[in-house]
Design a protein around this ligand. Structure first.
Ligand SMILES: [Zn+2]
Length: 250
């Protein structure tokens, strides 16, 4: 039987590659982590001297550390991300969080620095993304690098119980119970950020959808929202990776 801890490690690798494939992380910045069951440890995407970008994340780059980025398991050649406290401090404060994603997506960046508001401007097009806008997205107004626990604390306070925070001039932090949930949530938010930015760029107004329409939109459930959409991206990634390796061979 497959080792669930190793399976979790592989899912983080896939999540990193998916986020990069979809343009949510740029070059070598951005990281995904997950809580390891029955431990005070996490898996987190680390960097080595051979680093070549989040798009090409390997399983080896996912290393086991404690909430402070330390512990006996991490290989010497790997370095935990500078912004590990974003992950570690969330795991300390929010026991139900199983996965944390930190990324620097360009469209969300522009929405943040131009102070565009995320509003429910579409409905059935992407119901979870509409609900994120409807429920409100916390904005952390500082744009520093989160290198110490005390720098993560005010962001986590602003985030509250929400599963996503826009960090102005910096990026986003997304949480979920599982890697699949957090990843699909981040990807849905990216669709909202793109739509918000592109609607603003048309120069036309994009009114909120009506409360009557919002009320009629169903919750499609976690199979639809997480499992199927995750599998779509996993397949797309596999196909794209095959194409890339074919090209590298010729
Ligand atoms: Zn960052």
């Amino acid at each position: 039987m497959a080792d669930p801890t190793e399976e979790l490690r592989e899912k983080i690798m896939l999540s990193c590659r998916m986020l990069a494939m979809e343009g949510m992380v740029d070059r070598i910045t951005g990281h995904v982590s997950a809580r390891i069951a029955d431990s005070e440890d996490i898996w987190i995407r680390c960097r080595s001297p051979q680093e070549d970008g989040v798009r090409y994340t390997t399983v080896d780059a996912i290393q086991r550390v404690d909430f402070d980025g330390k512990g006996p398991h991490k290989s010497e050649q790997y370095q935990a991300p500078n912004e590990l406290p974003i992950h570690g401090e969330i795991y300390k404060m929010r026991p139900t969080v199983g996965c944390v994603i930190h990324a620097h997506p360009p469209e969300a960046l522009i929405c943040g620095i131009t102070e565009l508001k995320f509003r429910p401007i579409f409905g059935a097009f992407n119901i979870p993304a509409m609900r994120m806008a409807l429920e409100g997205i916390p904005v952390f107004p500082r744009s520093y690098l989160v290198t110490r626990p005390e720098l993560a604390a005010p962001m986590i306070e602003i985030m509250g119980e929400k599963s996503l925070c826009l960090m102005k001039g910096h990026g986003i932090t997304v949480t979920g119970k599982t890697v699949e949930e957090a990843t699909v949530r981040a990807l849905n938010f990216n669709i909202l950020a793109k739509a918000t930015l592109q609607a603003a760029q048309t120069g036309r107004s994009a009114p909120d959808i009506s409360p009557e329409d919002i009320e009629k939109l169903p919750d499609l459930g976690s199979t639809f929202n997480d499992s199927w959409i995750w599998r779509y991206y996993a397949r797309k990634l596999k196909e794209e990776d095959l194409r890339l390796s074919d090209r590298a061979d010729t």
